[in-house]
Design a protein around this ligand. Structure first.
Ligand code: THU
Length: 128
């Protein structure tokens, strides 16, 4: 699975995003070490604080399918964003150095990071 293919999966998930309040659509595709791909999109709610981000939706889908080891995250979003702080923490639980690629799903990524660049000195299971 190339990063371009993973970005395409994220872009397909983005098309399913439910974001009537912000209008900001996000799709995520998480590649598991065994080659499986788990997707998520943001799902907003009339009770705004209940919104879930695309990244956490993807992590939770993967974990519910029995996957806990990941090799890449692709994100499809506008405005050149990167995962929010809450999603960085949730991703870090399972893959602190996860490569993260961001794009629009049509070609190469705009930006690439390692998760530990985005969340240095993360709090993790080893701190308990
Ligand atoms: N959102 C995500 O899905 N992922 C992010 O990393 C940033 C924000 C969503 C949450 C909300 O539905 C909308 O984008 C605007 O914040």
């Amino acid at each position: 699975m190339t990063k371009e293919d993973l970005l395409k999966a994220a872009a397909r998930a983005r098309a399913a995003a439910y974001a009537p309040y912000s209008g900001y659509l996000v799709g995520a595709a998480l590649l598991a070490k065994d080659g499986g791909v788990y997707v998520g999109c943001n799902v907003e709610n009339a009770s705004y604080g209940l919104t879930i981000c695309a990244e956490r939706a993807a992590v939770f889908a993967a974990v519910a399918a029995g996957r806990r080891e990941f090799s890449m995250l692709a994100l499809s979003l506008g405005g050149g964003g990167a995962p929010c702080g809450a999603c960085r923490q949730v991703l870090s639980e399972f893959a602190p150095e996860l490569p993260v690629v961001v794009g629009d799903g049509d070609g190469a990524p705009f930006r690439e990071f390692a998760l530990n660049q985005l969340l240095p000195e993360a709090f993790g299971p080893g701190n308990l």
